[in-house]
Design a protein around this ligand. Structure first.
Ligand code: HEM
Length: 371
């Protein structure tokens, strides 16, 4: 039996889609263009969020496997880069929002109150999937927790609160899954379950720290050369000393509780290894993954910052419709809502390729020693 020929309008559901920009009214004919644009941009962003969630789940599932096949990493990188791009798309809509003036927005703003983007369940799902923990969240204000704001005004569960509650149960997060994968990375050829693994990881870290200290000494000398006063020289020396000690404390995971130290140190050593020795064939794709993760988190931070600048331009520093401190709250989220701290931190301690110590087990990464 031949099927009915598909039409564009049926497949894309164009009429359904165009009937959705009326806000609380029957249709959008009585609304100002500004308000229809305001609703449409939010809807487009929610659709980008939907795609981002699907990609995040796929990438997370891949890294949650007990063994991640090498060939799967290119698909993971594609997914991660797509999510970053989705956030860049969403950020670009804020410029369109800025074609509206403060007074244009004030004309319909009261209608929204106390609703707010703070109630975007999909945004919360993305944060949760990435690995933002509840304890990291900045309190909004009168609603209490971010979760309470997702409930109906009478305190009953809503589609939004149910969606987020389900996501909170959905573990591991991308951060946890990637950490687990990094943890299993051979460090200078040593696997985590090898008897002498701890000593071999420590030897790798010591070698790296020595090379890092050499690089800092070199940079310090160059900086001191241009210093005008003894006080400046002393300040610079102190700064480089702190950097050296910070690198050692970071790679030895001195900031983590004793029982987690070995695991964290192994993850951080893996990051240093992947970034530093990226030319080795087996580290090429892992390095792309790490770079993608930075790109993704950076795109998310840029989205938060761009949103905050648009909000400042439109409503200044007044209280948000959701009851937060408005721009001050949004700026704090841009500053503090980071998930992949170690991936960023490793950038501070990377060194020149020429300064890297030679690996003792280079062949473990797919090339013959000495090649
Ligand atoms: C005229 C345009 C907009 C204004 C004035 C505005 C203002 C605000 C303010 C003041 C907040 C802080 C919470 C509150 O007290 O309400 C907020 C939160 C938020 N807005 Fe917007 N917004 C606008 C457009 C958008 C758009 C287009 C999106 C895209 C989805 C968006 C997404 C969000 C999200 C996700 C939050 C929660 C942020 C967080 O808690 O981390 N906003 N917005």
């Amino acid at each position: 039996m031949s099927r009915k020929p598909t039409t564009y309008w049926d497949y894309i559901r164009v009429e359904d889609l165009l009937s959705l920009q009326s806000g609380l009214g029957e249709d959008d004919s009585a609304l100002a263009n500004d308000e229809v644009m305001f609703i449409t941009i939010h809807q487009i962003d929610e659709l980008w969020f939907k795609l981002a969630i699907r990609e995040l789940v796929a990438v997370r599932n891949l890294f949650a496997r007990p063994r991640v096949p090498e060939q799967a990493l290119s698909a993971a990188v594609r997914g991660i880069r797509r999510i970053a791009l989705l956030f860049h798309q969403a950020s670009s809509h804020f410029a369109l929002m800025e074609t509206m003036t403060t007074r244009d927005y004030l004309a319909f703003r009261d209608k929204l109150s106390p609703a707010s983007g703070f109630q975007s369940a999909q945004m919360r799902e993305i944060e949760i999937l990435l690995g933002l923990e509840d304890e990291q969240r900045i309190p909004l204000g009168h609603e209490g927790s971010y979760f309470a704001a997702l409930r109906n005004p009478d305190g009953t569960d809503s589609a939004a609160s149910r969606r987020v509650a389900r996501r909170l149960e959905d573990r591991p997060t991308l951060h946890e899954a990637i950490d687990e994968w990094l943890y299993r990375t051979p460090i200078d050829g040593s696997e985590p379950d090898a008897e002498d693994d701890e000593a071999r990881v420590a030897a790798f870290v010591d070698g790296y720290l020595e090379a890092h200290a050499g690089e800092l000494a070199r940079a310090g000398e160059l900086a001191e050369h241009d210093a005008l006063t003894d006080r400046d020289r002393a300040r610079l020396r102190e700064r480089y000393r702190k950097e050296r000690e910070g690198a050692a404390a970071f790679l030895r995971a001195e900031d983590t509780p004793e029982e987690e130290r070995r695991r964290t140190a192994r993850i951080r050593a893996a990051l240093v290894l992947i970034e530093g020795y990226r030319e080795l064939p087996l580290l090429a794709w892992p390095r792309q993954v790490i770079d993608g993760v930075v790109e993704l988190e950076q795109a998310f931070v840029i989205f938060r910052q761009r949103h905050a600048r648009m909000v400042e331009r439109l409503i200044g520093r007044r209280t948000g419709t959701g009851g937060s401190a408005g721009v001050d709250y949004l700026d704090q989220t841009a500053l503090k809502y980071r998930v992949f701290h170690d991936v960023w931190a490793v950038r501070t301690i990377q060194i020149r390729r020429d300064a890297l110590p030679k690996l003792t087990h280079e062949s473990a990464y797919g090339i013959e020693p000495g090649m």
